[in-house]
Write a protein that binds this ligand. Sequence first.
Ligand SMILES: [Zn+2]
Ligand SMILES: [Zn+2]
Length: 333
Amino acid sequence: MSHWQPYELHTHTFHSDGKQSLLDLAEAAKSLGFAGFALTDHNTMTGLSERNQVEDHIGIDIIQGLEWTTFFGHMVTLGIRDYVDWRQLSPFHISRGIEGVHRQGGVVGIAHPFRVGSPMCTGCFWEFEISDWDEVDYIEVWSGLFPSIQKNNSRAFALWTDLLNRGIRISATSGRDWHVKDPVKEPVCATYLHMDQDEGAEFGVINALRNGSIAVSMGPLPHLVIRNLEGQSNVGIGGTVSRKANASNQYEIVIGVDFAARDGHWELMNTSVTMRLNSNKGDIAVCELSKIDQEKVLSLDLDGVSWMRVEMFGTFHQVYTMIGFTNPIYFND
Ligand SMILES: [Zn+2]
Ligand SMILES: [Zn+2]
C-alpha cells in the first residue's frame, strides 16, 4: 500500500444542501478511487450518525467535519468531535472559533476563498480579517470540478504563493464541494495525504494536513524529495531542510511522478508531463517526465530559496493546464 492516499475533503449530504446520502457519497467516492472523504455539511454534524455503518459497509474512511457557513466566508473544520458554535463570532473574532477547533485536535481550512459571493452564493467569498495566518491550517486553493481552469482558483493559488513568500507555512488542498451524486464528465481532483500506516485514518489525515505532507492532482501523483543531506535524513513534501545540514547550497533533488495513483480514473492526452520546480525565486528547474522516465535527480544551488514545490503541467481534457502540484519543502537558516 502506498503511503500517499487520495482523499476528497469537501462534501455535502441531505443533512445540509447536498442531494445525496452518506451512503451514496461513500459508494461514489469508492468508485472514483478515493481512500476516504470528509463529510463537511453546512453548520451541522448530524449526517455523521451513520458514519460507522457506512464505513464498514463500503470500506472507505469517513472523516468528521463541518463547514462553518457565514455571511463573511466559509471555513472547513476537520477532525472535530463536537460541534463548535460559529454564530457568536463576529468577523473580527474568527480566532476564537479556530481556537475551539484546535483545542479538539482538529484543523481549519478556508473554503473556496474567491468564489463569487452574494447574491449567487451568500458568504462564499472570504471576507474575514485574518490577523494571524499561522492559525489557519490550510487553504482550499482548488475548488470544484476541473479546478485548474477556473479563474477563482487561480486567485486562491496566487494568494497561497503570496503567503508562502511572506514566510507563512500554510498547506494547500483541493475540495470538490460535492453536492450531487450524478456522474460527471469533468475531471475530479484528489488531495493526496501522506499517511503513516500505523495510525488511524482520521489521525493520519489531520496530521498530514497540519504538516503539509500533501499533493493535489487530477491525474498522476507528483513527488518531491531532497536527499543525501549531511546529518539529516531525506526531507519530503511538508518537511524542512536545515541549511546547516549541508555545507554548501548545492542540493540533490528528486522529482517524480507516480502514474499508478488512481490509475484508470483519469486520462492523459500526451504520455509526458512537465514538472516545474517553483519557489520564492520563481521556477528554478523544469523537466519532462513520462511513464518510462518517472523520476529525475537534479543537483541545484538553492541559495536564497525559502520554499519550493513542484507544479505538474500537461494536456488534460483537451486543455494544456496545471494537472497537479505538491505542497512545499521549506528551508531554515
Ligand atoms: Zn462553502
Ligand atoms: Zn461546501
